[in-house]
Design a protein around this ligand. Structure first.
Ligand code: ZN
Length: 272
């Protein structure tokens, strides 16, 4: 009887400890400038999204060595533009990691011999996938943008290939924390669907303007469609045309109760 009680107390204690440990861990997200994120999940998986690093003028020099990323479990690409494909193929090859991307751009990658079909997770919108196992669900969502893939062929001539449709991603982590990476996008009404259906805890939104939402459009998207608790502005200041600033974004949000997290390129923050 006593032994049973002791075992009961011990297992309850173990449960409390385990719960405590889990609660203490949270997503860590590092921003490299533009739309490049490194997500370290509560379960220790590492995901790189739009890893434009070695040629990114905003990425701190000390972070440009791809080996310093450490182990990467998965790469994701929102669309075919060079500042989003970035170092995806190199990182995937270094780590034997898969690349999640839209099905058509995947064909472009494979038929040009940039990477084998087996290393690609070719998906499309509203079809959730779990390439890292049961704990993490990735869903492609709409983005209002374009997606051609421009590259130099063997002779150094510029060529263009289909990049499928541009996209954003919803990443639901092991603890349920849900990240919305909007990719490059203008405002679209279905951001309301994204908010209602996926309930993201944080939204990474472009604010630079010209090719994407400017601060005023991004603020409208947050206030009327997304209503996300936490928003991180990105895709600004990298090139001269991307003039929107976080200060303009905050001013356009006014008193709307969203926590705007402004990160510095290279910075890592905990999100929970
Ligand atoms: Zn783009």
């Amino acid at each position: 009887m006593l032994i049973k009680k002791i075992i009961g107390v011990l297992s309850a204690l173990a449960f409390v400890l385990a719960a405590g440990l889990t609660a203490a861990e949270a997503a860590e997200i590092q921003w490299f400038g533009q739309s490049a994120l490194k997500i370290t999940t509560p379960g220790g998986k590492v995901i790189m999204i739009d890893p434009f690093i070695t040629k990114n003028p905003k990425t701190p020099k000390k972070l440009k060595d791809l080996k310093k990323l450490g182990k990467v479990d998965l790469v994701m690409i929102t669309h075919g533009h060079g500042d989003h494909i970035g170092d995806s193929v190199a990182i995937a090859k270094m780590n034997d990691a898969k690349i999640v991307l839209n099905a058509d751009m995947g064909r472009t990658f494979a038929t040009n011999g940039w990477i084998g079909m087996k290393q690609l997770v070719r998906i499309n919108k509203s079809g959730p996938v779990k390439p890292l196992g049961d704990g993490i669900t990735i869903t492609m969502v709409r983005a209002e943008h374009s997606s051609e893939v421009v590259y130099k062929d063997g002779g150094g001539k510029m060529s263009m290939e289909p990049g499928g449709e541009p996209a954003g991603y919803i990443i639901k982590l092991e603890d349920g924390y849900t990240i919305y990476h909007a990719g490059d996008t203008g405002v679209f009404g279905d951001m309301k669907f994204i908010a209602e259906y996926y309930k993201p805890d944080v939204a990474f939104l472009p604010i630079g303007g010209w090719f994407t939402m400017d601060p005023a459009h991004a603020a409208y998207a947050v206030k009327t469609l997304l209503k996300t608790k936490t928003v991180v502005p990105f895709h600004y200041g990298t090139f001269g045309l991307l003039k929107g600033t976080p200060a303009e974004f905050k001013a356009a949000l006014g008193s709307f109760p969203t926590n705007v997290v402004v990160m510095k390129p290279g910075e890592t923050r905990t999100f929970k």
